[in-house]
Design a protein around this ligand. Structure first.
Ligand SMILES: *Cc1c(COP(=O)(O)O)cnc(C)c1O
Ligand code: SF4
Length: 341
């Protein structure tokens, strides 16, 4: 969509209402059988999904579902969110906390793994449940904490002046009410060392209604550089509502980046990665990371080998300019940053 068309659409009441996103989320798809029916897919797909569904239940709001091609059980968006029988398979080498997150908590809900930046687990909630998610086993309730915990995190940041960037992550930080986000940012104002506030979110493609006027206003008033890191795995996820969200964020961010997870059957094709880079670029979003999936129990069927991943990267580099090539990385416990593959 052109910029002017996006802006014209920005005025539609639907996306401008500040509380609407909660209603949209309440109406998200949660029942596998109803979703199959809506997508005109065979109910045989329900077979064997109970363990996965029980552990990490289906959740997908309509903006994401509307981008799915009806009648196609191999649709790359459908595969990301629909529970599968393969999730129950126990595989060796797959862990419950593959990246050592539980161990690296500096204070409850604060991860300080990399020198200059600290990551805050603001909430365990997400607007969508991605089947490959490494946090599907993360014991959120024991780490997310409440207000007293947050004070400990502030103490930690005070004691570590090398931290110049705070990353709001989760779950999805934009599941918090804007008032809560405001509270967090206000409490960070005391730190002169902070230069950047970063937000890691999957909301643009699954709940674009969240990027409303009030959120934009909050972002615009922040004294730091604001960086958004979106999470989009396939170009088909970017519909007109997501494009509108990117457009709105342009006015209140320093930079918009995207990270993807390399997923077997979803985006392990050169054409798909090329299209994704180009579509992101068309929306002023720069490809940042392509993650080799964390080895997480229940998601082994999404794995791609390093050999395949490198081959895809070669094809991508040949097809798009260097600034549209994401870095292929994986997270290795104990490393000082993401590790290039
Ligand atoms: C990925 C990650 C970051 C951010 O790393 P960048 O390379 O700066 O994007 C920071 N902290 C933690 C704990 C992370 O997992
Ligand atoms: S939105 Fe992010 S944290 Fe939430 S389930 Fe998906 S990948 Fe995991």
């Amino acid at each position: 969509m052109s910029l002017s068309a996006s802006i014209a659409k920005a005025d539609t009441k639907n996306l401008d209402s500040n509380h609407n996103w909660r209603q949209v989320l309440r109406k998200a798809w949660r029942k596998p059988e109803e979703l199959l029916d809506y997508l005109q897919l065979d109910s045989s797909l329900l077979k064997g999904i109970a363990p996965g569904q029980q552990q990490f239940p289906l959740l997908a709001p309509s903006a994401f579902i509307e981008q799915i091609e009806k009648g196609n059980p191999e649709d790359p968006l459908f595969l990301q969110i629909f529970p599968q029988a393969a999730e129950a398979r126990q595989q060796s080498g797959l862990l419950q906390d593959p990246v050592g997150d539980i161990k690296s908590q500096a204070s409850p809900g604060l991860l300080h793994k990399y020198h200059s930046r600290a990551l805050v687990i603001t909430t365990g909630a997400c607007a969508i449940h991605c089947r490959y998610c490494f946090r599907r086993h993360f014991p959120y309730t024991s780490v997310t904490g409440g207000r007293s915990d947050w004070q400990q995190s502030l103490d930690y940041i005070r004691a570590n002046p090398n931290i110049s960037e705070i990353i709001l992550s989760g779950g999805d930080p934009l599941m918090l009410a804007t008032a809560q986000l405001e509270k967090i940012s206000r409490s960070l104002l005391e730190f002169p060392q902070l230069k950047t506030l970063r937000i890691h979110t999957r909301i643009a493609s699954c709940l674009p209604e969240r990027i409303n006027t009030r959120l934009v206003h909050w972002l615009r008033e922040l004294p730091w550089a604001v960086v958004f890191v979106h999470h989009i795995n396939h170009p088909q996820e970017i519909g007109s509502a997501a494009e509108l969200a990117f457009t709105r964020l342009q006015s209140c961010t320093q930079m918009q980046l995207n990270q993807s997870v390399l997923l077997q059957g979803v985006n392990n094709k050169a054409e798909v990665l090329i299209q994704l880079s180009e579509k992101l670029f068309g929306n002023s979003v720069t490809p940042y990371y392509l993650h080799q999936m964390d080895q997480v129990q229940g998601a082994g069927h999404f794995n791609c080998s390093d050999i395949e991943a490198r081959q895809l990267m070669r094809q991508l580099r040949a097809a798009v300019p260097g600034y549209l090539v994401p870095r292929l990385v994986r997270e290795v416990t104990g490393e000082p940053g993401k590790t290039p593959v």
